[in-house]
Design a protein around this ligand. Structure first.
Ligand code: NDP
Ligand code: 8X3
Length: 252
């Protein structure tokens, strides 16, 4: 029987690449995102190209009731979730603390921290009941370091790192693995969203270097989920060769 992976935020970037690679490697998928048309397109594409079964759940991770209802709506056999990839998230804005947009802050806190908690709270008990599972939290270099104007985004990813460690402790007696994957610069829709749709500014962010791409991170996710049952990768920090830290980048 195939394993089941629930991946949040598959309508672009790392989530999409992860859904594709897991489907090719023997997983049935539960996929989520807000953009319904894109979500349906992903389902059609994966179903056409692999033998994975795909179930799509269209909801906003920030709405607690919708998260609860979405997981409750799963047919019983789909509740046997083996892998939860907490990927959906965003940066919104890049401003100093004294002039940051509070709506941007709330979007990031509500998605990256509260949304991640809402879905984990629904899925973790299903894993505990089966004494089996793997939760993968997509963190960031911003969960390890802070950088100018990154304030609230960095705070949310530091929270993800703290939650990752705490989940590992709470879940260990239930045979559940917990992994944090912390990428540096990955070219996805991330910077377009951060700069509120300014594609030129987003493009410039990667000028003069080769960033990671979404497939690089999906590949790491496949690696961690394919370790033997007794091996848990607690954390992974993955950078482009041209990036040494959040602020030290080689743009030559
Ligand atoms: P993208 O913008 O390409 O993808 C983000 C995904 O999250 C989309 O599918 C989006 O779907 C989903 N999402 C955002 N908000 C919500 C919400 N409220 N409810 C449901 N889904 C939501 O960015 P990435 O692929 O780069 O980002 C994925 C993760 O990786 C994020 O957590 C990000 O912080 C992290 N990360 C990214 C890095 C980078 O440089 N790109 C580096 C380090 C970490 P939709 O809009 O359809 O809802
Ligand atoms: C995204 C990477 O360095 O832009 O999490 O914060 S960074």
């Amino acid at each position: 029987m195939k394993k089941i992976a629930l991946v949040t935020g598959v309508t672009s970037g790392i989530g999409l690449a992860t859904a594709r690679i897991l489907a090719k490697n023997g997983y049935n998928l539960i996929i989520t995102g807000r953009r319904k048309e894109l979500l349906e397109k992903v389902k059609t594409e994966i179903t056409a190209n692999t033998d994975a079964q795909v179930l799509d759940l269209n909801f906003d991770l920030r709405k607690r009731k919708d998260v609860v209802d979405a997981i409750a709506s799963l047919p019983e056999k789909w509740k046997a979730i083996d892998v939860l990839v907490n990927n959906a998230g965003l940066a919104s804005g890049l401003d100093p603390i004294q002039s940051g947009d509070i709506e941007d802050w709330e979007k990031m806190i509500d998605t990256n921290v509260k949304g991640l908690l809402y879905i984990t709270r629904e899925v973790a008990p299903l894993m505990v009941a089966r004494n089996n599972g793997h939760i993968i939290n997509i963190s960031s270099i911003a969960g390890h370091e802070v950088y100018p104007n990154g304030n609230v985004y960095c705070a949310t990813k530091h929270a993800v790192e703290a939650l990752n460690k705490a989940m590992r402790m709470d879940m260990v007696k239930h045979n559940i693995k917990v992994t944090s994957i912390a990428p540096g610069m990955v070219e996805t829709e991330f910077s377009i969203v951060r700069f509120h749709g300014d594609t030129n500014r987003a493009k410039k962010f990667y000028d003069g270097l080769t960033p990671l791409n979404a497939d690089d991170i999906a590949d790491a996710i496949l690696y961690v989920v394919t370790r033997p049952a007794h091996v848990c990768i607690n954390e992974m920090l993955i950078m482009p060769t041209a990036q040494a830290s959040a602020t030290v980048v080689n743009r030559s």
